[in-house]
Ligand binder design. Sequence first.
Ligand code: AKG
Ligand code: FE2
Length: 353
Amino acid sequence: MQEEKRIPVIDLSAWTQRTPSAGGTTSSDDERRGVVELVGKACTSVGFFAITNHGVNSTRLESLWQSARDFFDLPAPVKLQSKTNNETEYPYGYEQSETLVVGKQLDQGVKSDSLLPPPDQKETFSLGPNNPLAGMPPRRFPSQPPELQEALEEYFQEMEHLATTLLEIFALALDLPQDWFQNKMTRHMSALRLLNYFATDKNASADDKTEIVRAGAHSDYGALTILKAGGPGLQVKWKDGEWVHVPFMEDSFVVNLGDLMQRWTNDKWVSTLHRVVVVPTSGADGGAQRRQSIAYFCNVNGDTPVETLPTCIDEDHPLKYPKVLAKDHLMAKHLASMRHGEPSEKADGHDEL
Ligand SMILES: O=C(O)CCC(=O)C(=O)O
Ligand SMILES: [Fe+2]
């Protein structure tokens, strides 16, 4: 029987609605275990899943959504005030499409090897952790719009909370104690990124063989990513090479694993290539609307020794990777993304430090 190419949708309510104050209902152990099993299966098969009943405060999401939109609508010179002038010192802030680093085109055969892919059709704003012990520089906020700072701070907290829950589920799915990741997150190096993909007047169906790519194929670097997308367009590369659309659902988030988690699990869990393409609107102009999204890249403490999990090694799956410090892994990925044109299995022009 042919495998069904589908990104699983997982209802997290058994994990997110279990405090006595939330109506006095506590989920049964069976329900919670059921979620663990679904998550474990998704992480092994595709490394992507969508979540519903995630417990994220919708007011906080909406205020970040709107203030991010207002920020991207500002004139370019104002946005450029938030651009870092030293990537090594401050690897966050505003990036324009043409300044985003372009790495190796992964769709071999589509473009000649000697050509770099076109830059992603997007602009971004990134923010690091709030904790000086994380070893990252203090946060810098845009001065406009005025409500953006608070919206970023609050949404970041929502994501920290959701990531903690997901990591508890991950730990159980990996046959580890539920709190196994807890002491690896106390000084985490996670980052939040606001994304704005420009509207396009090109019709993606003009040549139905070539997709118009808004963000090139890449895998994420860290432990896991929690993505809020404002529209369809995200695709993952299935094992047979086919690009499969991630279903777009209001009120849901997409969760995917990063390269660190794949390495930690001895490749038992997968960090899958993904990209964003233009999904044409049916309007007369045949173009595509602007697309907004917010990505939270969950990274563990920089000084975490990432040593293959013993539960992922057996006779059929011998140890593959030496121990690495989480921050060295992240830095190696970061540097690889900065190198133009050098083949790297999973690099693109993507950077998420
Ligand atoms: O905008 C999206 O839907 C995906 C963004 C993404 O994959 C990333 O920034 O790593
Ligand atoms: Fe990504």
